[in-house]
Design a protein around this ligand. Structure first.
Ligand SMILES: NC(=O)c1ccc[n+]([C@@H]2O[C@H](COP(=O)([O-])OP(=O)(O)OC[C@H]3O[C@@H](n4cnc5c(N)ncnc54)[C@H](OP(=O)(O)O)[C@@H]3O)[C@@H](O)[C@H]2O)c1
Length: 335
């Protein structure tokens, strides 16, 4: 069977398709024929800077995939041949708080990832996917969707009438938009592109701001919230946006700190002055994934997929993400 590998520090050009032995499930393991894998910004940065993440040469990239169970090892009780499943970002995080041991079970980083025709998982690192989702849609869930769910629902406790600020129109932010609307919250969303802002409005964003045209977008957020600020920020920008996110947040509000897309200088005095709760977070557990899938199934939310590439076109998919023209998720399909 074929798998993509990161073979040297040469960035996207260092990716190569290689032939691997067909994997066999051991005790407690499940072999999955991968039908689709989605790309996260973290997968791109792992390929661009493998040494920073201590990734060895030959590492298979990508954390997110959905597929069909083709064989199960002894002792497997939750899955059978033909089941439709998705892998968990952390193969070893069933529930409870994160630990350093769990961190070392992340796919497509410390462990081989899923950009392969067949992958073996422990059954505790898999979930069933809702029937209404296509393979491509289900492959978008393990990282971006679960992180957005954790940010707003688990950590934030978002509720009807809350104000939510979202930055940009990437995978995490658009899932956060859909989850915020699912809970009856009001969404203010920023983007570099008017065309993307129009699409975000069509998806339910209540107020939109072009952060290129309005570099002091925090002032616009305050205007939209009668000077009070938002209850929640899903912060994917990092140090380059955090000070403005803090300024945009109400006294006693919540910022889920998720990404570092912009590393400019940072002044965080307002964090203390406004008693804001800043919570760093890294994806979520299997039990939270099951909870999210339940809600997705009930509300029949459709993940936003910008573009789908074939398995052979994987390098072009990463190049497309690098151009940042996407709205939502980029998927590699094996169907
Ligand atoms: N901690 C975690 O568990 C976790 C999980 C998933 C992702 N992440 C991180 O979260 C970040 C987003 O991930 P993703 O997969 O959603 O990325 P993505 O799909 O590539 O989305 C990136 C988008 O962010 C927007 N953006 C970039 N710079 C911005 C800035 N300075 N201000 C506002 N928006 C900006 C742009 O949207 P526009 O084109 O609309 O401007 C861009 O298209 C990455 O840093 C990623 O590593 C962390």
């Amino acid at each position: 069977m074929k798998a993509w590998e990161i073979q040297s520090p040469g960035g996207i050009d260092s990716l190569a398709i290689t032939e691997h032995p067909t994997p066999k499930p051991d005790f407690g393991q499940v072999c999955v024929r991968i039908m689709a894998s989605s790309i996260n910004n973290r997968d791109l940065s792992t390929i661009l800077n493998p040494q920073v993440r201590n990734v060895p040469w030959g590492r298979v990239p990508n954390s997110d995939a959905a597929g069909e169970v083709v064989s199960v090892g002894e002792g497997v009780s939750r899955f059978g041949v033909g089941d439709r499943v998705a892998g968990c970002f952390f193969g070893d995080w069933t529930s409870g708080p994160i630990s350093s041991q769990i961190m070392s079970s992340a796919l497509g980083g410390p462990q081989d990832g899923v950009l392969a025709e067949e992958v073996v998982f422990f059954e505790s690192g898999l979930v069933m996917i809702p029937d209404y989702l296509s393979w491509q849609q289900a492959a978008t869930l393990p990282c971006a969707a679960l992180t957005a769910w954790r940010a707003l629902v688990e950590s934030g406790g978002v509720k009807a009438g809350d104000n939510v600020l979202l930055l940009g129109t990437g995978g995490v932010s658009l899932f956060a938009l859909q989850f915020a609307k699912m809970h009856g919250a009001r969404v203010i969303l920023t983007s570099s592109s008017d065309e993307k802002l129009q699409k975000a409005s069509a998806l339910g964003a209540d107020q939109v701001i072009n952060y290129r045209k309005e570099p002091h977008w925090n002032e616009a957020v305050l205007e939209h919230t009668r000077g009070l600020g938002v209850d929640h920020v899903v912060e994917v920008g990092g140090s380059g946006t955090l000070a403005k996110s803090i300024d945009s947040t109400r006294v006693g509000g919540h910022i889920a700190f998720i990404g570092v897309l912009d590393t400019s200088e940072l002044d965080i005095t307002g964090l203390m002055r406004k008693s804001i709760r800043l919570q760093g977070m890294y994806v979520g557990s299997r039990s939270l994934f099951l909870e999210m899938n339940n809600a997705l199934d009930f509300h029949k939310i459709s993940p936003v997929i910008d573009r789908t590439f074939t398995f052979d076109q994987a390098p072009a998919a990463y190049q497309y993400m690098q151009q940042a023209r996407h709205f939502g998720k980029i998927v590699i399909s094996m169907e």
